[in-house]
Design a protein around this ligand. Structure first.
Ligand code: AMP
Ligand code: GLY
Length: 416
């Protein structure tokens, strides 16, 4: 099969690496890809991001299957466009992708189908939202309704901070429309987990659980990032937590997907909080997590292409996922200045024998030289039979990578 994979992150490098192992895959075009996908087996980068141009490319190159990495093209309706032209594509259609594309839409969906989540109110009007802040308890959470490049969620510790956030989102319009409408939400305390799952509209099949580490510094200190490292499985997701998740979140979500008549053949990623009152849903994503994917696909024993094709055939019911024993950890190495203003252009050296353990994110090839081009530069992955062993392995491998200004957390898999 000839595959078109859309995206340019570490997630896409991991997906292309995993797909390249499938005997059924002959070629993977990655649009636009990065310095890692450029040299991955069977892969070729193509410099296209426009949806109509991707469609033309898929037709011209006789692509058998398109896989969408990031949320943006899904929310813009890439799946609808490809399907209209009878092209096979993996991902939810535009209506279903609103589960990630609009916070108010997803909260209303959760309420309608009794999915356990934080209580919330939706506001379109600054004055009304401000009045609500007067009677609220703190901390509370303010979320821009639309996509805001991962910066649309603020945990306000007091009323002053909440009002400042409202002003920025609603009056100054810092997200260019995405924050004109907001969700104000109860603050949940607990331990977060990511449960990526695959959905065919009839069945949701959860992958191994994972734990992201969002803050830049050790002990979960400092500003939020896209994710500084992931351990899978998540050590806090016990069988009991998983049962609670399935009963109160996953099954109810599936009922909603069916009743709304969503065309959902893709990934549904549940961001959950394990609280004293049980598991609650923070958010849906309609794509794989980054860097969750880099750990999860490392442990997946199935042929990922087979699993995706089963989802497209609405046959997930008959799929059994199997996973390597033990743990996979990935540690993100970020560029100097990340997350505020990452520096670009630093030369990266990697010991040859470590290359199978590295997924490139923000780095491009210039000739033969790999140079940093983004905030999260790459992930180093290590596995081990125990969590301790996996930690030891991954931090040994990190020593094989070098670039000026490189930074990473030392407590991946250890922090709560
Ligand atoms: P979201 O995009 O909704 O997942 O929010 C991004 C991050 O903000 C989450 O991963 C959590 O760390 C945090 N967050 C979101 N909603 C809440 C909440 N209700 N209570 C506590 N933390 C939250
Ligand atoms: N690592 C979190 C995300 O992909 O949203």
């Amino acid at each position: 099969m000839r595959i078109l994979l859309i995206g340019s992150g570490g997630r896409e490098h991991a997906i292309s690496w995993k797909l390249s192992k499938s005997d059924r895959v002959s070629k993977i075009f990655v649009a636009p890809g990065n310095g890692g996908t450029e040299i991955e087996r069977k892969c070729e980068n193509i410099n296209i991001t426009d949806i109509d141009k991707l469609l033309d490319f898929a037709k011209k190159e006789k692509i058998d299957l398109t896989i969408v990495g990031p949320e943006e093209p899904l929310i813009k309706g890439i799946v609808n466009k490809f399907k209209k032209e009878n092209l096979k594509i993996f991902g939810p259609d535009k209506a279903a992708a609103m589960l990630e594309g609009s916070k108010s839409f997803s909260k209303d969906f959760m309420k309608k189908y009794d999915v356990k989540t934080a209580s919330y109110e939706v506001f379109y009007d600054y004055e009304k939202a401000k009045e609500y802040l007067e009677i609220s308890k703190y901390p509370l959470v303010i979320k821009a309704d639309g996509l805001a490049a991962g910066k649309g969620v603020v945990i306000a510790k007091d009323k002053d901070e909440a009002i400042d956030t409202l002003k920025e989102f609603m009056l100054e319009d810092i997200f260019k429309g995405a924050g004109k409408k907001i969700v104000i939400e109860e603050f949940l305390e607990g331990i977060e987990a990511s449960i990526l799952s695959i959905c065919d509209g009839k069945t949701i099949l959860p992958f191994l659980s994972a734990k992201d580490h969002k803050q830049i510094y050790d002990d979960n200190k400092g500003p939020n990032t896209g994710g500084m490292g992931v351990v899978a499985p998540n050590p806090y997701v016990t069988d009991e937590v998983l049962e609670d998740f399935k009963k109160n979140i996953m099954d109810k979500t599936l009922k909603g997907i069916k009743e709304e008549g969503f065309d959902f053949k893709g990934i549904i990623f549940f961001g959950i909080m394990i609280t004293k009152e049980g598991v609650k849903l923070l958010e849906y994503n309609v794509r794989m997590g980054d860097p969750e994917t880099q750990s999860i696909l490392y442990l997946m024993e199935n042929d990922f292409l087979d699993v995706i094709l089963k989802a497209l055939d609405e046959d997930l019911e008959n799929v059994r996922l199997s996973w390597k024993k033990g743990y996979a950890l990935n540690v993100v190495l970020s560029a100097k200045g990340y997350p505020k203003k990452p520096r670009k252009g630093d030369e990266i050296t990697i010991k040859k024998e470590s290359k199978e353990n590295i997924f490139i994110a923000g780095a491009n090839l210039e000739g033969e030289t790999l140079k940093t081009s983004g905030g999260r530069v790459l992930s180093v992955v290590g596995i081990g039979e125990t969590l301790e062993k996996a930690r030891e392995n991954v931090y040994n491998l990190v020593k094989d990578v070098d670039f000026d200004g490189s930074y990473y957390r030392k407590d991946i898999g250890k922090a709560k």
